[in-house]
Design a protein around this ligand. Structure first.
Ligand code: 3PG
Ligand code: MG
Length: 396
């Protein structure tokens, strides 16, 4: 890897501006999923252990360059301190004299959390002046926010050009997991690409066709592929205007020897709600007044067979309407099969993307995957083969 890590820089007595992603789900002022907070702890502990003083830069939600009190990072100081097992001081400014004073006053072994970087318009515009003001607060820049690395913002990009920089531990583990899965994987490689719409996954499919040996297409987007083959999908979610695109993808996949695995049987219902009356029919026999909400058991068996032949799996997106029972059956069954093969040491499995992680957690198998990314958009962009500005900036 071309970038430095915390082991390559002398942190003793240094203020380490550490970009983290603690954009966590919250309800009524309480964190409902601690994953992103827990995952930055090794970095913060290592900085302190090496004599550094961690000063955290982070965004929360999308305040669009204005101070939005509900989007303050203040409520995150306590859960962070609890996870860390050491004090976290919060400063309600991000830059300027008050932030500088808070840095100077930071007690030994404590961590400073500065206010939401996105309260300043200069954050999202990657503004040089705002980046200079951030850089003035510290000696070293550590980026541990892989999940925000697809944004070229001042705290994820410009800052890396202003201070000696390194990747944090979470950034390191995200990048090594993704490299193992896509850059130099053990073959055959299988990808699961699910979700509602093909239109949001065109770049992903385009990149994967060149890199992987099999692609399981699931969720609403599978309907578009079925319809493009002249199959009637009734009232199913389907992007009929993308039929040509879907046919072009199928043709290119055939050319590249990439197997596209579409459902052969489907679970259909008349209503889009949990426990709606449903039946399983061949994928070619969706009734006119019904919609496809999940892949059927034959399809799942085929997917499981493909997993068993593969050595590497990358997974993005559910196979059905997993948020509605029982239309989570295909996703759960396939996820359990992947988890089992991983436990047996037969498969390296990497998953990412918001819905995906929620689906794997619901199936109770996230722990068994080789790696589950903390990233949504950044994971997708990496899988699309795009350069992530936050990662590229560390390579200087
Ligand atoms: C995320 O939650 O995916 C990251 O924190 C990035 O947030 P954003 O999509 O608002 O840039
Ligand atoms: Mg997001």
């Amino acid at each position: 890897m071309a970038w430095k890590t915390l082991d390559d820089l002398d942190l003793a007595g240094k203020t380490v501006l550490t970009r983290v992603d603690i954009n966590v789900p919250m309800e009524a002022g309480r964190v409902t999923d601690m994953t992103r907070i827990e995952r930055i702890i090794p970095t913060l502990r290592d900085i302190v252990a090496k004599g550094g003083r961690p000063v955290l830069l982070a965004h929360f939600d999308r305040p669009k360059g204005k101070v939005v009190p509900e989007m303050s990072l203040a409520p995150l100081a306590a859960p962070l301190a609890e996870a860390l097992g050491s004090p976290v001081v919060f400063c309600n400014e991000t830059i300027g004299p008050k932030a500088a004073a808070a840095v100077a006053a930071l007690p030994n072994r404590a961590t400073l959390l500065l206010e939401n970087t996105r309260f300043h318009a200069g954050e999202e515009s990657n503004d040089a002046g705002f980046a200079d003001a951030l850089a003035a607060l510290g000696d070293i820049y550590c980026n541990d926010a892989f999940s925000a690395a697809h944004r070229a913002h001042a705290s994820t990009e410009a800052l890396a050009h202003r201070l000696p920089s390194c990747a944090g531990r979470l950034m390191q583990s995200e990048l090594s997991a993704l490299e193992a899965a896509l850059s130099a994987p053990e073959r055959p490689v299988i990808a699961v690409v699910g979700g509602a719409k093909v239109s949001t996954k065109l770049d992903l499919l385009g990149n994967l066709i060149d890199k992987v040996d099999m692609i399981v297409i699931g969720g609403g987007m599978a309907n578009t592929f079925l319809a493009a083959q002249g199959i009637n999908v009734g009232k199913s979610l389907c992007e009929h205007d993308l039929a040509d695109t879907a046919r072009a993808i199928m043709a290119r996949a055939a050319q590249q020897n990439c197997d596209l695995i579409l459902p052969t049987d489907v679970v259909v219902a008349r209503e889009f709600r949990a426990h709606a009356a449903n039946e399983t029919v061949p994928a070619t026999a969706c009734p006119e007044d019904a919609m496809i909400l999940d892949a059927g058991p034959m399809s799942v068996a085929r997917i499981e067979g493909a997993f068993a032949r593969a050595k590497t799996l990358v997974w993005n997106g559910p196979l059905g309407a997993f948020e509605l029972e029982p239309f989570n059956m295909a996703t759960n069954a396939a996820a359990r099969a992947a988890a089992q093969l991983t436990r047996e040491g037969k498969l390296l499995s990497v998953a990412g993307g918001g819905d995906t992680v929620a689906a794997l957690n619901a199936a109770g198998v996230a722990e068994d995957f080789t790696y589950v990314s903390s990233a949504g958009g950044a994971f997708l962009e990496w899988m699309e083969g795009k350069t992530l500005p936050g990662v590229a900036a560390l390579n200087n």
